[in-house]
Design a protein around this ligand. Structure first.
Ligand code: PLP
Length: 359
């Protein structure tokens, strides 16, 4: 495995720690150090290093800026009440990172090395993992094409880095349902495209519809399939679940949906609890009909940032449909409490999801 060199920030250049851990705006404060390494076709990955958080200098012809070969991951480090540091299923993020890399014709990064680099960075910046309840250190592994060349083909040079950002509780005002706008005009991804990769362009492509939804007073967009505009796919940057007749339903991973780690965790928990779970296509018409006749009991999104995001209202074709009286559902709450409990070491971890980082 590559050696990792370490250059620590000097005392005078240390970044100020957030004053109020509970009121951090997501992704705006960054820790003192970052992990970086470079790739060249003839050398492979090299120059693995932990250095003070700093700018990246790019040639204006760097291929990421023109052809979008860029991917990332998102996970968190959690501080338990007794001070221990937990990662939640980090190997899943490493695997997904490599699947995204492959789809974008980018080099893969050894999963064991990704975790080793991350753990070393976390040990150095351990003080940046906040301590208040519900807070965490958000981790953003990123890779993009740095080779300066114009011409559409896979680049021969890349940078891989990991930055971390302390974040406050996702629900500072309590666990509240959100209002969602169903778009049948814009689409996020299509089967055979890059929807199942965590690649930068997917997010640029989602902004326009999200802005329209926000202007209308909704938090996020619910995406339908790109071909028929009929099947539910995802909600914002989260996977989506429905509880219908006491069965849990989520769309199957057929190529246009991002395979979420939280999605997989909810499915495994549901099975362990004896809840019937189906990964099957569900149409927006079935959802609306289910709300109308009360068979659809709950709807929620899943993702690392929020864990569970209950949906209290859907707007489809200019009609509003309230779900579960706009209240948090029983299952949403139970999944949230269980996953958060495991992450912070307050509940048993029967699936071996936790990886403790020893400082
Ligand atoms: C990251 C992401 C998710 C959620 O994945 P998690 O691994 O659960 O955080 C879902 N949908 C999209 C589009 C995403 O980018």
């Amino acid at each position: 495995m590559l050696e990792i060199s370490v250059q620590l920030v000097d005392e005078a250049s240390k970044r100020p720690k957030p004053e109020d851990e509970n009121n951090l705006v997501f992704g705006t404060v960054f820790s003192d150090h970052m992990f970086v390494m470079n790739y060249a076709e003839d050398k492979g990955w090299h120059d693995a290093r932990i250095v003070p958080y700093q700018d990246i200098v790019l040639d204006p012809a760097a291929m990421i800026l023109h052809y979008g070969q860029g991917i990332f991951e998102g996970l968190k480090a959690y501080r338990c009440a007794d001070g221990r540091i937990h990662l939640f299923r980090p190997e899943k993020n490493c695997e997904r990172f490599n699947r995204s890399a492959k789809r974008l014709c980018m080099p893969e990064v050894d999963p064991d090395f990704q975790i080793k680099a991350l753990e070393q960075l976390l040990r150095i910046d351990a003080d940046w993992i906040p301590r208040s309840k519900g807070t965490s250190l958000y981790i953003r592994p990123t890779m993009f094409a740095t080779e300066p060349a114009l011409g559409v083909r896979p680049a021969k040079e890349y940078i891989y880095y990991i930055i971390t950002s302390p974040v406050g509780p996702y629900y500072p005002e309590g666990f509240n349902p959100v209002k969602i706008y169903v778009t049948d005009e814009f689409v996020r991804a299509v089967r055979g495209g890059v929807g199942e990769a965590k690649t930068v362009g997917n997010y640029a492509a989602s902004l326009y519809a999200a802005e329209i939804a926000k202007k209308k007073g909704y938090t996020q967009v619910l995406w339908l399939d790109a071909v028929e505009r009929k099947y539910v796919e995802e909600v914002g940057t989260m996977n989506i679940f429905f509880r219908v007749d006491d069965e849990l339903i989520t769309p199957p991973l057929t190529g246009s949906i991002l395979p979420g780690v939280t999605r997989d965790s909810v499915i495994q928990l549901a099975k362990q609890w004896g809840v019937r779970v189906k990964e099957r296509p569900i149409t927006i018409d079935e959802v609306i009909q289910g709300i109308k006749d009360g068979r659809l009991q709950e709807c929620f999104g899943t993702g690392t940032a929020a864990v569970i995001s209950p949906v209290g209202e859907l707007c489809y074709k200019d009609e509003n449909y309230v779900i579960n009286d706009g209240k948090v559902g029983e299952w949403s709450k139970r999944f949230y409490d269980e996953i958060v409990g495991i992450q912070y070491g307050e509940k048993d971890d029967p699936f071996g999801w936790i990886r403790e980082v020893k400082v």
